[in-house]
Design a protein around this ligand. Sequence first.
Ligand SMILES: *Cc1c(COP(=O)(O)O)cnc(C)c1O
Length: 452
Amino acid sequence: MADTRITLSESELPRQWYNINADSPKPPAPVLHPGTMQPIGPADLAPLFPMELILQEVSTERWIDIPDEVRDVYKLWRPTPLHRALRLEKHLQTPAKIYYKYEGVSPVGSHKPNTAVAQAYYNKKAGIRRLATETGAGQWGSALAMSCRLFGLDCTVYVVKVSYHQKPYRRLLMESYGATVHASPSDQTQAGRKVLSEHPDSPGSLGIAISEAVEDAATHSDTNYSLGSVLNHVLLHQTVIGQEAKLQLEKAGDYPDVVIGSCGGGSNLAGLSYPFIADKLSGKQPNLRVVAVEPAACPTLTRGQYLYDFGDTVGLTPLVKMYTLGHSFVPAGIHAGGLRYHGDAPSLCLLYDEKVIEAVAYHQNPVFQAAITFAQTEGIVAAPESAHAIKSAIDEALRARDEGRSRVILFNLSGHGNFDLQAYDDYLHGKLVDTEYSKAEVEQALAGLRQP
Ligand SMILES: *Cc1c(COP(=O)(O)O)cnc(C)c1O
């Protein structure tokens, strides 16, 4: 009988992060200054990030050591378990083997502390006193709030105003870790005051919250900025997930045919898949498939274009080459708030453009239906973001059944949904709307983009 949970000991926790930029089929496209359209250098990023993170951002070293101080904090919940979804397999009557890596066992319930802990550590080491960031649904804000406290840093989080009022529990979690939380737009920054003077009742947006956090960091010398996805160093830190999963599957005597993850900015998918993609790029596993799962309301890879665009909504950041729906595109207010980003991580976009990885998009009703099936077989109520990966894994398993052949499926259960029960309430009471993304709005958002 196969094991239901495959665990690792503390000593098997990875000692290095894996950097895909050492093995990428093409060198990464340069990041450009929006004024000059010339490549930016480390000095341009120095007002916002500590030098060790900037060097990781541009590194092409294959392996980067994980500091002992970071590994010691990881040990609070890592290594995370790999589960064999035996009950789900049985329910689906599939010959496929379904495995999931469960990142919801972290203290805040998602994969996000894997990078938050590392970022807090490097900032502390650089003599920074405080970190500023933004958060939408609150997953990232709570991960950074916890990590800052563990390393003795102050933390300021700008929370999109609607979420601040609609989702009090994530805010209370951040405050329990000692963070200062502002509803954005706030009166703390020029950017926030400007919005408030024009729209006193503004519900806020992630774009406005980013502007506030960046301004806060740029105008205080003891404060840096921190981001929870998209950047190379964030994806790098997440590769502990895939390295552990590889070892766990080895113990189970398996190797995946397909690796699946939901895709907001790309960090949980990259974290799980990059150590496996290394085998594909080296020719060891040429047939490995990797699938990015996105919401149909924000279909960045499946419907976007591969262009230079701003990382934020307002247009303050450098320009990065990525699949994008246009930085001014505002996706519908779906429950998987963590997947509502107009772009994706540049390294992931490059792999998609090179056809190393695939992408699919689903509407939220079938996604929640899959999440319910999962809860009723495996017992875990998944985060709405993670439920996208569940839906894709179930589809792969059903295809294996229809084709009458076995297949090893691995997906990332990036977080639990214990703070997202309103979404389940809406689904269970038929209140979830499946919104199509607006092709006209995407075309408009892409039209104005200046290319080098
Ligand atoms: C933030 C989040 C995501 C999406 O972000 P990625 O950077 O694409 O991983 C997915 N799942 C959970 C649980 C999240 O909190």
